[in-house]
Write a protein of this length. Sequence first.
Length: 615
Amino acid sequence: MKRAMMWGGAVLAFSATALAQAPITKSGVPVALPGGPGAPAPTTRKAALAAFFDAYDKAQLDRSPMGKAYRGIRDADYGKWNDFSDANAAADFSATMDALATMRGTFDRAMLDADDQLSYDLFVKSAEMRAKGFQYRDFNYVFDQMSGAQSQLPAFLINIHRVTNKADAEAYVSRLGTLGGALDQQMLIASARAKKGVLPPKWVFPYVISDAQNVIKGAPFDGGPDSALFADLKTKVNALAITPAEKQDLIQRGAAALTGGVKPAYERLIALMTEQEKAAGTDDGVWRFKGGDAYYAERLANYTTTSLTADQIHQIGLDNVARIHGEMMAIAKKTGFQGDLKAFFAFMQGPRFFTTSDEAGRKLYLDRTQAAKVAVTAKLPAWFGTLPKAPLVVKPVEPFREKSAGKAFYQSPSPDGSRPGTYYVNLYDMKDMPLTEVEGLFYHEGIPGHHLQRTIQTEAGALPPFRRFGGFTAYTEGWGLYSEKLAKDMGLYKDPYSDFGRLGLELHRAIRLVVDTGIHSKKWTREQAIQYVTDNSADTKGSAEKAIERYIVYPGQATAYMIGRLKISELRDRAQKALGRKYDVRKFHDLVLLSGPLPLDVLETRVDEWIAKTK
């Protein structure tokens, strides 16, 4: 039952204290208590809305032990996994819809100040987007090569579960002991979806099986070197200031949990994936599902925060591929290259632009990444009024998941400062990691890209939690791609081949618009999409395969980058042209960043209002 105290009739008064002590809806969000006559004062109303958002956030975290760990919260839930059941997913969705109804019924938007109106609108927008997507949840793959549970659960323990005292170590052992049950829940969902005809394409399964086999390879499962999880447990426990006997006890119990619970669960997963692989088909796009076209349209709307159709996005991709090809040809001529663009692509795949797949080669790649970090950090104050406080570290992707993981990605810092922002780079096969892309990848994932944007967002304590920790993909990934070009404006990419690498990454995002819509709307095959990438870029075949395989299991997500980047660049150009001497790029960037992620239409409205006010 949804309960909400309505404005009108008997008018309500609010205070933060009263709201915090108010009756609770089934979502865990309190509704306002009736108070004295008259409309509430703005400060009281503001405090009440803030308390509402805080209570909603707390209720969400109470349903997500893993969410707490990402935030750096260590409490009685620290040794638990989320409830991954479909019943819990439905209950969680119902709670959000309940909270939406409560907010609408409790707060009159017209009586809020501008900042709170924005928060109100964003909460509505986020909830409505979730409602549209929830009806298609059965189309999502539980196990795939990108973010499948088989690798994400171990990665969570290694990267998110911090151990600074014995209680944290006990919680780690507890999570090891129940990891098998968490995996079993996910297998039940995967089996239920398979009965409805929803299976990943056949080529996905060997990746998942390989990941699963890697998790249970090594000690204590066999006589080899320590497995990734066992090595992590030992490292964290041995760093504690506890007795040797206590350390030995924790490690022994962890080993028992690994062999007694984790290994059998992963063996069950391998058996299930082997069986499902036999039933899987070879078609790749979601058009193959009943209702797949509607699902893909919803995904495009969700990721781009626009009403662009698949055909429109496809054409935007073709147009930008042509534009970037022209810019690439200009660089080829600048270097003195004699030949057409296709020949220059082949030249750029030569050994001089790659390092070796050994320790020395990987160190060279990481050293160049560090050099890019130093170079861009020195330039930030001239371009940004607000800078992140949390540090950024660079780490290779862990061996147990490097074969299937993407080439580079970012993990946000915890809000309490206990975990830095982390840029992960995949050094599994250096033939897929050209040195010309070192700068562009770092500027996108690190600074001034995701680390700067998401850390500023996380550190914006005045924002409601759902804005500090949530997001809109077109904004977030659009900013990442915008940052690649921004670094050029900042005077970086001094080597023309690195500038070509930047354009190669931008071309990659333009190509995504073509191939993502090609696969999921125009019924392109995996092979057809890979061929389009290799025909139109300098990407290696291995890199193209990995990219296309990602787009297949994440329908629509890849379109967000270029759509968001084009809008941010358009708005910056508009502001600069309209304001002339009054334009300050630092103030523009603060405007874009300090409100946290926004749908693109909301961002455009805010920039236009800022232009008018500044003029």
